[in-house]
Design a binder for this molecule. Sequence first.
Ligand code: NDP
Ligand code: 8X3
Length: 252
Amino acid sequence: MSIALITGATSGFGKAIALKFAEHGYDVIIAGRREERLNQLEHIIKDTYDVKVFSLCFDVRDKIKTEEELNALPHDWKEVDVLVNNAGLASGLSTIQDGDINDWELMIDTNVKGLLYVSRTVMPWMVKRNKGHIINIGSIAGKEVYPKGNVYCATKHAVDAISKAMRIDMLPHGIKVTAIHPGAAETEFSLVRFKGDADKAKQVYNGIDPLVAEDIAEVAYFAASRPKHVVLNDIVITPLAQAAAAYVERKV
Ligand code: NDP
Ligand code: 8X3
């Protein structure tokens, strides 16, 4: 039996990825801050698939708690085959001169430092076994910058750089590193970015057929299910209506 650990599994991509891996027989470790959502997902997976589920409730920004929660996993659960570093967010959309420094810190602490804390703990388990696959969820914002995207784009550029660096460091250990960079996808992402303003969030997807979480889950599982000698290193995926971060064709 294989094990997948997915951060940010309470919503959007992470939830869909956890369900997809469970559907394909993986035991899954699901992580996030919202305990009730983790419990709900744990029940759904256990009721639907014949796999085991372990829920971990922690904030990836909390270095100590992240290490403690992961290190407290039972020995067998530490044989993680696939780590999906998905937890992340955008907070706010404004020029740098008008930016809210708290938003910047939230994004840097979550998207960059949180991903590193989780990876720093889990990667040695993979190295010990000379086996594993790390899937980092970047963004099209990690490949280009767009107006008012500044710090969010910087954090996702960091994810892109970290993914490349991981690939080099993991090479002697036979561990795969895949970075998936989605464009516009309708999840809770924009609701979070606009701090609960549902109208503003909806406008992001006006007149387009956006990606949905299932699209990303399919790609993540496809990457994880290639033969041993094949690695999908870097994948940019957008909806048909999006040619680049800021080039979107709307039918309105
Ligand atoms: P959602 O808001 O639907 O999901 C985000 C997930 O991240 C939630 O499960 C949330 O869980 C978790 N999360 C956020 N902050 C923390 C934290 N501090 N500690 C632990 N978990 C946290 O958005 P998406 O599914 O769209 O986003 C998933 C990833 O995909 C993010 O990294 C995002 O940047 C990236 N992305 C999204 C795109 C989009 O258009 N939707 C496109 C490209 C990339 P909880 O709140 O329970 O902690
Ligand atoms: C999310 C996609 O274009 O809103 O990472 O930054 S975008």
